[in-house]
Ligand binder design. Structure first.
Ligand code: PHE
Length: 356
């Protein structure tokens, strides 16, 4: 019996030194010290030992039990510490690592320019009026004095919405607007409807996406924004147009900007003009950006054609008005020296992240 106890002690200590994890340690404890463990079972047999040997055997058994429990506690502490070390090592935070960049959203450069334009015109009392992207030929062309077959249509190659164009005459077709000017008609009709006998004055800008069936090149895209402006009222003159445009350009590009109004032609304005400002880069001396002319073309404009006023519900005998249209992408390109208009809708973050 004593030999069995000592053998068990040796076996238990040997096994204990092999326990590396807290799971292995728990298994060891069950195996030797548990209720059905080897030592417990051996100790149950002490009662069967002859009475004279029992005190010696009993003491030995108890000593071994205490020795194993002490060894267990010591091993448990060692394993706990080792496991803690391991966790600390594995989950260590390297405070010298650079932080993870936190991506911050920003507005598209075109949106930023549009908002700046809207802010400046708001100072002059112009409200934002949103018109539809999908138009009828009637509004995009005919009511603006561009009948079917008119040569001005050649300058605005058009996307027709195929499902709706079946069997329709040219003038009835559904299309994507090629400019924001059809919004003039919608706006005037809405304003005029408030009081048809004496329509209220109009002072609005119409920002929006336009579409043209063009070849995509660094200089032309199939989609682009325009901002249309429209003022209708009594006694509005070309001087009001010039003053408004001048205010806008100087707020947008700098108080020192010089302007030039060049005679031009649009079917929906009369007279018509194109507006140039002195080149931002060379200030008029001539450079690569302004193609050596010293001037940058920034918008088309004119006095609203009497036919267009009438189509909008405003009697041209009593009302006059001016309109202008500009391309914010072009303005953004001038402002930041962007050379390729395709950058705007390619969604390349390396481009977009530079703004904001
Ligand atoms: N709609 C014209 C264009 O797209 C611009 C314009 C608007 C010209 C209003 C005059 C008046 O080119």
């Amino acid at each position: 019996m004593q030999a069995e106890l000592q053998a068990l002690q040796a076996e238990a200590l040997e096994a204990l030194s092999g326990a590396r994890t807290s799971e292995e340690l728990a298994a060891w404890r069950t195996r030797f010290l548990g209720r059905r463990g080897a030592l417990t079972q051996l100790m149950r047999r002490v009662g069967q030992v002859p009475p004279e040997e029992r005190p010696v055997v009993g003491r030995l058994a108890n000593e071994i039990k205490q020795a194993l429990e002490a060894a267990y506690r010591e091993r448990a502490e060692a394993i706990r510490r080792a496991e803690l070390e391991e966790t600390l090592r594995r989950d260590a935070v390297d405070v010298t690592l650079p932080g993870l960049p936190h991506p911050v959203g920003r507005l598209h450069p075109s949106t930023q320019t549009l908002r700046e334009i809207e802010r400046i015109f708001a100072e002059l009392g112009f409200q934002v009026y949103r018109a539809r992207d999908v138009e009828l030929d009637e509004f995009n062309f005919q009511l603006l004095n561009i009948p079917p077959g008119h040569p001005a249509r050649d300058m605005q190659d058009t996307f027709y919405v195929a499902t709706d164009s079946n069997g329709r005459e040219e003038g009835e077709q559904v299309l994507l607007r090629t400019h924001t000017s059809p919004g003039q008609i919608h706006a005037m009709r809405e304003f005029a409807a408030m009081n048809p006998a004496d329509p209220p004055p109009v002072r609005i800008i119409l920002p929006g996406m336009c579409y043209r069936h063009e070849q995509i090149t660094p200089r032309s895209e199939i989609q682009f924004h325009q901002v249309e402006g429209l003022a209708v009222g009594r006694h509005i003159t070309m001087a009001d147009l010039k003053g408004t445009v001048e205010y806008f350009v100087r707020r947008m590009f700098g108080a020192e900007r010089r302007l030039r109004f060049r005679a031009s032609h649009f079917p929906f304005t009369e007279p018509s003009a194109e507006v140039d400002m002195d080149c931002l880069l060379c200030r008029g001396a001539g450079c690569r950006i302004c193609k050596q002319t010293g001037w940058l073309e920034i918008m088309g404009c004119g006095m609203v054609h009497p036919t267009v006023l009438r189509n909008g519900g405003y009697d041209p005998e009593r009302y006059t008005g001016f309109a202008f249209g500009m391309g914010p992408e072009r303005i953004t390109m001038l402002k930041y020296g962007i050379e390729d208009i395709r950058s705007f809708w390619q969604n390349d973050l390396r481009f977009l992240e530079q703004f904001g």
